[in-house]
Write a protein that binds this ligand. Structure first.
Ligand code: SER
Length: 884
């Protein structure tokens, strides 16, 4: 009996042997389709190959694709647990031809696969074809030798496959397996077709058309093949059952659920175990592919599935959160085929535990409220919309959870009433918000968020995605279209562009489609809406247009490196300076990073160097950067660093990097840096490349600022610095290594020379070089007075000269006037013994007054002043003399 894992391998190997490329499953969140919530079949990732918009170096492919059908066109959520074959998550095996083979080979391969490779009894099979597809019917007859009654023509869209409301599509042909007449049901097309006896196992789609928004279709450039086989159904029949939940893989999960709750897998809790097993798969795979529980969009679908599972956990009587404990079983079953599951195991477990812990707190009270409501209702009537809304609003019950709970009691919900209550609440919230003092400007974004929901951010995982334009805004108002030359704000339903926040700058890049192009110069974020500021360079953009968005990858990777380097820097500072270091602001731009933090004094050179060295050591450590989701409290308990000024919701994203033994961080082991952060980061610390600090400065009181570079910019900086040193060395004519000593020697030499020059100047002045009058002291009222006009010296030289003269005369007063290039400098000195009798200040002031100057000052024994010119030097000397 082949296991499900065996079947997957056999299928892929068979098609590989027939020249098909084995292509890995694409992520559940489609990058290449803005209209699709989740990958819902194998062909999704090949959509553009069918339409001819893209080509690859293979024209036939095979894959095992992860699929989720829980929202959008194909939604199976409500049936899960109650039927044998519905799942929110399943795997689809498929083979694809892109303009290579068509119906003939597709049918041949499928028949071989089913009857030879898998050994399914041909007598148990019937096929369907689209009612007018004579060609397919004839091929089946020839290839399989099936009688006419086993080739059933179907006129409904059961045999016309469409991925969504638009895209490639075509007539299909399905293979059914007859489980036997012990099970009720009839062949496809019969009144009993809904029974479980005949089960569709494989759908072969003959891709022929592309369907457009307006409902029109045009033929595809190449006829192609898309097939999808539900692996769970095939496993069931090969394992002798018609119940997918009895197959080896899903049964293992059911048993894990039964063991963990000490209940009977097939007892009264049977349905609960089935729901849990199914939902465990979809929730785990969605989380692994980057979806996080939230209140709208994909995140809300995830939350609905999680909460639905959790109600069934509750119904099993489990007291503690359960789902996360089942993840190891799932990884054991599917981790080999889907490595992303194991890689994200910790994130999946934490996300499930968190959601279940929080939801548990309100689940019981909500269920009690529901019971109370039902008590008051007449038999068979639906639950009023208001009550369902209260459950939603106060207890976090998604509508389908309430519906699921009522289903067991044979009741429904007035969903129109629910919608009305929801609309009413939104209007109230909006009114409150617009009165909150936020700028009027922002209300337009709130309107858009109200109408279209928050933008789905895909940029943690990708830099390219397709999206649909949901709004174009110009000068604060929504417009229908914008054309070349316009600068507008573009909103799309999903985007890889990061909107500026948390210090990380917004992304730039391009938005384009056939005949359309716009340059995105910045991206912002308001009310959950991502705003792409774009200059249109080609064509006319319209609301509703499907476009491709490409983030400038080089710039983004520089930003990522700087942001991750900032986290390492933060931790290195804390470790070096102490726990008082807290982030006070930051900038993560492509060309540099800036980090402001609380710390009282400048860092010493030693501290700067050791912090820089530590950051580089963690870069070289090259460990993976991980992201987790937890409550803010849990995060803080682990010692995560919270960002300054950020508001946190119920759940936070925690980014960890670096391994350090004994960090004491509990379940996060030896994480070095742990921060709450919504930004984008490198995959491994080694991707940062290098880190260089440009220095530290004061940002404001008690806050220091470090500016630094990473990656190529750090290398460029070091190269430039090195170039400068080489230049200095070459000017000095010395090896670079000797340059500092050489510069120091030159500085010393220069100082000695300067002293020598000053000394020579004084000597020159005193010895009368160029002087007219030789200095001679005269007696004025019993005080020796020496006055002289000197040239070739500056005002700065005068005090030393005055001192020389004071020493020469021994006792008395000295007045010197320097004729300094059109200006006069004056200095006077009085020896200590005469200081009581005469003040040098008075002498200077008297002289200065005659020289066209003002004031003058100093001490009684030494004073200085200046004048406009030395022309009146004689009068100045006379005036000073008069003071004595
Ligand atoms: N796209 C088709 C399906 O989902 C065949 O793969 O059934």
């Amino acid at each position: 009996m082949p296991s499900l894992n065996d079947i997957r391998t056999r299928f892929l190997d068979y098609y590989k042997s027939e020249g098909h490329e084995i292509v890995s499953s694409s992520p559940l969140v489609p990058r290449n389709d803005p209209t699709l919530m989740f990958a819902n079949s194998g062909m999704v990732q090949f959509k553009n190959l069918f339409t001819g918009a893209e080509s690859r170096d293979y024209s036939r492919a095979t894959s095992a694709q992860k699929c989720v059908r829980a929202g959008g066109k194909h939604n199976d959520l409500d049936n899960v647990g109650y039927t044998a074959r519905h799942h929110t998550f399943f795997e689809m095996l498929g083979n694809f031809s892109f303009g290579d083979y068509f119906k003939d080979d597709a049918i041949n391969y499928a028949w071989n696969m089913v009857t030879r490779e898998l050994g399914i009894n041909k007598d148990k099979l019937v096929v369907t074809v689209y009612h007018d597809d004579d060609e397919a019917a004839a091929i089946w007859k020839k290839v399989a030798g099936l009688s006419d009654d086993k080739i059933i023509r179907i006129a409904t869209d059961d045999n016309f496959w469409m991925m969504g409301s638009t895209g490639p599509c075509g007539p299909s042909s399905e293979i059914f397996y007859d489980h036997g007449d012990h099970i009720w049901g009839g062949p496809p097309g019969s009144p009993e077709e809904d029974g479980d006896r005949f089960v569709e196992i494989w759908n072969l789609v003959f891709m022929q058309y592309e369907q457009f928004e307006d409902g029109s279709r045009s033929p595809l450039p190449n006829q192609s093949i898309d097939t999808g086989m539900g692996i769970e159904r095939v496993a069931a029949l090969l394992q002798g059952t018609n119940d997918n939940y009895a197959t080896d893989l899903i049964r293992a999960l059911i048993e894990a659920s039964a063991n963990a709750t000490s209940t009977d897998p097939d007892g009264p809790g049977k349905t609960h175990h089935r729901v849990i097993a199914d939902h465990l798969r979809s929730t785990s795979f969605l989380i692994a592919d980057g979806v996080m529980p939230s209140n709208d969009g994909r995140g809300y679908v995830l939350r609905r599935i999680m909460r639905r599972a959790m109600r069934h956990v509750h119904l099993l009587g489990a007291q503690d959160p359960l789902m996360h404990r089942l993840v190891p079983s799932l990884v054991g079953q599917m981790g080999a085929a889907y490595p992303e599951l194991g890689q994200a195991q910790a994130l999946i477990e934490e996300t499930l535990r968190l959601e279940e812990t929080r939801f548990k707190q309100t689940l019981e009270r909500g269920l009690r409220l529901l019971d109370d409501e039902l008590d008051g209702l007449a038999e068979g009537t639906d639950l009023p919309g208001q009550a369902a809304f209260k459950l939603y609003d106060t207890y976090g019950f998604p509508l389908d959870l309430t519906q699921d709970a009522l289903r067991e009691k044979g009741r429904g919900v007035d969903s129109d009433g629910f919608d009305e209550a929801m609309a009413e609440q939104k209007a109230k919230a909006r009114a409150a918000w617009s009165g909150s003092g936020e700028t009027v400007d922002a209300t337009i974004w709130l309107d858009i968020a109200d109408r279209d929901g928050a933008t789905d951010f895909l940029g943690y995982d990708t830099e390219t995605a397709e999206a649909q334009i949901t709004a174009i805004v110009k000068h604060g108002a929504e417009i229908k279209s914008a054309t070349v030359g316009d600068t507008v704000q573009i909103v799309v339903n999903q985007t890889p562009f990061y909107g500026e926040s948390g210090g990380q700058v917004g992304d730039t890049g391009v938005v384009h489609a056939d005949g359309l192009s716009a340059r995105v110069t910045d991206t912002r974020k308001t009310a959950g809406v991502f705003i792409h500021i774009a200059e249109i360079t080609k064509g006319t953009f319209e609301v509703g247009t499907a476009v491709e968005l490409n983030v400038d990858p080089t710039r983004r990777s520089q930003i990522r490196a700087n942001h991750s380097a900032t986290h390492l820097l933060h931790e290195a500072l804390r470790q070096s300076l102490g726990d008082h270091v807290a982030q006070r602001g930051s900038l993560n731009a492509p060309d540099r990073l800036r980090f402001d933090f609380s710390h009282g004094k400048a860092l010493s050179l030693e501290q700067l160097q050791s912090v820089e060295a530590e950051v580089n050591a963690y870069i070289r450590q090259n460990t993976g950067v991980e992201t987790r989701i937890m409550t803010p409290d849990d995060a803080r308990e682990l010692g995560a660093q919270a960002l300054f000024g950020e508001k946190y919701g119920d759940e936070v994203r925690v980014v960890s990097m670096g391994a350090q033994p004994n960090s004491g961080r509990g379940s996060l082991g030896n994480t070095y840096s742990l921060e709450l952060c919504g930004g984008t980061h490198v995959g491994r610390t080694g991707d940062i490349g290098a880190f260089v600090m440009l220095g530290d400065s004061a940002s404001s009181s008690g806050v220091r600022r470090i500016e630094a570079l990473s990656g190529q910019a750090a290398m460029d900086y070091l190269r430039t610095q090195d170039g400068r040193l080489a230049e200095v060395a070459s000017v000095l004519k010395t090896p670079a290594a000797d340059a500092p000593a050489r510069v120091k020697a030159l500085m010393d030499e220069r100082k000695a020379l300067a002293n020598e020059v000053a000394q020579l100047r004084r000597e020159l002045a005193v010895s009368g070089g160029g002087q007219t009058d030789a200095p001679a002291a005269e007696d004025v009222n019993g005080t020796k007075f020496l006055a002289q006009v000197v040239s070739g010296v500056t005002g700065k030289d005068l005090p030393a000269l005055v001192d020389d003269y004071k020493a020469q005369i021994g006792s008395g007063a000295v007045l010197l006037i320097a004729d300094a290039g059109g200006k006069a400098a004056v200095a006077a000195g009085v020896t200590a013994d005469k200081a009581e009798a005469v003040s040098a200040v008075d002498l200077v002031r008297a002289a200065v007054a005659e020289l066209g100057g003002k004031g003058g000052g100093g001490r009684p024994d030494m004073a200085q002043g200046g004048g406009a010119s030395a022309d009146n030097a004689d009068a100045a000397i006379a005036a000073a003399k008069a003071v004595l």
